[in-house]
Design a protein around this ligand. Sequence first.
Ligand code: GDG
Length: 733
Amino acid sequence: MHKTIIVSNRLPLQVSIKNDQLKIKPSVGGLATGMKSVHAEGNGIWVGWSGIPEEDLDKDLSEKVRKAIQKEKCVTVPLSHQDIEEYYEGFSNRALWPLFHYFMEYTQFEQSEWEAYKRVNEKFAEVIINQLNDGDTVWIHDYQLLLLPQLIKEQKPNTTIGFFLHIPFPSYEIFRTFPWRQEILSGMLGADLLGFHTYDYERHFLSSVKRILRLEVNFNEIHDQDRIIKVDSFPMGIDYDKFHTSALEHIKKPKENSEIYQRLQEHISEDNKLILSIDRMDYTKGIPNRIKAFEYFLDKFPEFKEKVRLVMLAVPSRSNVPQYQKLKRETDELVGRINGKFATVSWTPIWYFYRALPFSDLIDLYISSDVALITPIRDGMNLVAKEYVATRANKDGVLILSEMAGAAKEMNEALLINPNNYEDFTNKLKQALTMPIEEQQKRMKFLQNRLKRYDVGKWAEEFLKSLAETEQKKEVIVAKKLTPVYEEKLVADYHKAQKRVLFLDYDGTLVGFKDDPQEAKPDDLLYELLDAIQEQENTRLVLISGRDKETFERWFGHKSYDLVTDHGVWLFQNKEWLALEHLKTDWMQSIRPILETFVDRTPGTFIETKKYSLAWHYRIADPELVKTRTLELNTVLTSMVANNNLMVLKGNKVIEIKSSNVNKGRAMSRLNLQEDYDFMAVIGDDWTDEYMFEEAPEFGYTIKVGYTKTKAKYQVKDTKQVHHLLSRLKKNI
Ligand code: GDG
């Protein structure tokens, strides 16, 4: 039975050892809840670090921990103190975390930490590969493991791999500053499905893939050689029922022995309002900003003094990292200053807790607060905002939420603010504190319905469903692949045929793409290969290309293969050029100046002037800009091409304008009709070759280079595979 392996930096367990006594408790985080059913299903396992460095365990204890963890269907990745310091606190939290949250000034790029990051990702890969069987699915979580998808894919190409990023993916302008940007992207692309919280993160990721790796992106699919990688957004939800039910229970039967509860009760009355904020103590959460904005609020609207209180829970986090220590000091000082400034004998404006609270206290905080103030500077999603909504049993309460949290994208009924705009901040806080109950309930109802529907279980289910669909896509590609069986048949048919013909496109088929088209000239190996085929009896070799006749004459004029150039205008046979088509070229005078304006406005593009066509090449231009420009060019050209009997052809990173009467398919059928062949192969890589695939007779082998959509019967990966195939045709092997 196939299993799902969940992978995250930390296991969903709290492992502690006191006086050699081992204690294991399941942790209750959002991810653990969401994955609960996936983890519990069949023989599913969870791979991650236990939280205890290897040096802190002797051999016996280490074995005990391993076994106890195994009972929970978990497998630990052993990490040392040095691993944690360099890979987790170092690279993950001092380089990736600040950069991905747009805190560029906090980033530290250390080569040794990058090495540790690679080393630990490899450790994870090793553990996972030991657990993997054919047909298993792996779902990897978060920024500590960005290289892991590729590490697994390389060793186990048939594994279905999903990856979910819990933090934002920054815009290209930020991501491009990252020293190891290429490696990180390639690492992630080992996955078959990449999930993000919001469409914006997905968009930023695709933009970096296009610009940095220069891969083809079709809507939300990335084409990387023989693979299609899907990218999508899946906004993570919460365990709605758990929060909602706990809230109902607490309201019905308050836990009176809770200190928090007692203190909250002292404050609650008709006139007094509680404002709540809960975050990890992290600079992305906007804690100092929030305190300063609260100070501004009390100055601006003094009528709220002694009437409101901000209850601020900051949970200790990453306290070994200097920026977090600085943030803690700053927060302590700010709270002290503001409480000192406003406090009266009976009132302190801010209640500040720097600690983690038990779940039950968390619920008391949620249910007792009139307003939740969730104002991160940057946040992947923010689950606290969702949890507050879920606990509002009477549908009252107001959520103030920063636009910079991923959650804002699906929580429009909250009061959304820009955390840097203090005016907006204070006005919305006043609006929240004075909002009529009917409006509170109306907004809350909408929010609750959505969160209930798309809860964390649904989130996991949707992700896995989409991941399984990538499997079906793979099968479609596999169906057309020129597998060894088809290859054998082709080679055998070729060798037993009496009369054979090969139509080979040039760029992208026999040679790879170069930034400058003139650099793609044939080398000795290619000549030898083509000569060896041509020299065989009863074999006709035709190179058929969109290239101009002058270039092909220079490159192949001394050879005896047939050449078809300019998409089918000219034929070179027996050392002579024959015009297959008679075409007008006067249209070029009006189209060329248009293309020139596009070259001027699109750096990295150029025009190739052929005898019968004009080509606008954009191989090294910015892919996003090119996308807009090609749309624009198409619109500009539409009316002109219709009047002149022209057509616009979109090739591989080129747009070509030429007579609509001419195409490779038409040329091919003209040549072919003259004789009786019993073997035919047509190989090409782009759109212009589709005409040949369409024209080819049923018995012909039509082969597309690359795995994008095609009418060809078979597909091969790249020019290397074409060379391999051709080399098998030159002699019977
Ligand atoms: C990352 C991304 C993304 C907090 N204090 C206590 C406590 N909590 C629980 C909350 C909530 C969780 O911790 C915090 O989740 P967030 O989503 O708010 O933030 P991050 O920890 O930064 O999480 C974030 C998330 O991943 C999921 O993808 O939303 O953007 O940064 O569940 O309830 N729980 C208890 N005591 C506390 O004192 N028991």
